[in-house]
Design a protein around this ligand. Structure first.
Ligand code: MTE
Length: 311
């Protein structure tokens, strides 16, 4: 992503957690949910562990080891290295955490993260994730369909876009003191995209609350788009009739556009998008149109031929 300077691969190839360990841990947590309410396991942990997997969304490769997907991250609020997980863990405070929903709604909403989770239909989904930098991973997110939040918010009929922003708090996010960047991190979707069944708000990963580095306490997942659309640590949503200029679009409009749909045939100005490197793997594999979700999302774009859909 770097505009200022670029880094090579920094993959920690060693110390992978096998999937079986994740699965066992999940079973243990779920078991505690049934047997051990008296143990006062935090309600958020229970909400993630108890969410049933939705089998509609399938992977064609194994789940990425947890150790890799939670320690190799992009989260510029904590710096421009991939290795920000421990800083993020130490600094990001996710309670209390208020989410504001405003703009073109009859009644703006302010709701705490735990109240929001209690209202939403929690489920687990296995999603592919393809970063514009050409690395990828497969992860089990828990959370809820973005459409459920939109139904709760009741946007006005004139709303055309949903804008989502990361919390602005330079004390918590040291990167936000870097004035070079257009904080707060802002992303947006058309209403049709936001309501699409694949658009997901993740609050958990591997059956546990989302780690700080992955965007706790809630982040977007739109798996047919490059990962920079997946705004982390969201604190504000706004319905609007104007297309927002997004964080990366402001920094590099020729490299990172509004649509950012994955397409192996449309190269980034500085590198090919034809293949990708799964985290923890030595091979490069072919990238798929819409990251493998064309059957779900291609109809969204049927009438938008003049837009730069793939950057
Ligand atoms: N959200 C915020 N607030 N700040 C960021 O720097 N990076 C984006 C996206 N969301 C980013 C963000 C990019 S470039 C990617 S690839 C994904 O988060 C990475 O998500 P992951 O760390 O869970 O893999």
């Amino acid at each position: 992503m770097l505009i200022k300077r670029r880094r090579g691969w920094e993959l920690p190839e060693s110390s992978a957690t096998p999937e079986s360990v994740y699965l066992n841990r999940r079973a243990v947590l779920a078991g505690m949910g049934i047997a051990g309410i008296g143990l006062s396991l935090p309600s958020l942990a229970l909400a993630q562990a108890g969410a049933a997997r939705n089998d509609r969304y399938k992977l064609d490769r194994p789940i990425t080891p947890e150790k890799l997907s939670t320690t190799y991250n992009n989260f510029y609020e904590f710096g421009d290295s991939k290795n920000i997980w421990s800083t993020a863990k130490d600094r990001l405070k996710t309670r209390p955490w208020t989410i504001k929903i405003e703009g073109m709604v009859d009644k703006p909403i302010e709701i705490g993260i735990d109240d929001l989770i209690a209202k939403m239909p929690m489920e687990e989904r296995l999603y592919r994730h393809r970063c514009v930098e050409a690395w990828s991973m497969n992860v089990p997110y828990t959370g809820f369909a973005l459409s459920a939040l939109i139904d709760m918010a009741k946007p006005q009929s004139g709303a055309k876009y949903l804008i989502m922003q990361t919390l602005a708090d330079p004390r918590m996010f040291p990167g936000q003191r870097e004035f070079y960047y257009p904080w707060p991190y802002t992303e947006g979707l058309t209403m049709a995209e936001a309501r699409h069944e694949l658009s997901f708000i993740a609050t958990g990963l591997y059956g546990k609350p989302l780690p700080a580095a992955n965007g706790a306490p809630l982040r977007l997942a739109t798996p047919w788009k490059y990962g920079f659309k997946h705004v982390k640590s969201i604190s504000r949503l706004e319905f609007s009739d104007k297309r927002p200029q997004t964080f990366w679009e402001k920094l590099g409009p020729d490299e990172y556009g509004f649509w950012a749909n994955v397409n192996p045939q449309v190269a980034h100005p500085r590198w090919s998008q034809a293949t990708e490197k799964p985290l923890g793997s030595d091979e490069r594999i072919p990238t798929q149109l819409y990251n493998g979700y064309a059957e779900f999302v291609a109809p969204l774009y049927a009438d938008l031929k003049n837009e730069k859909l793939f950057m």
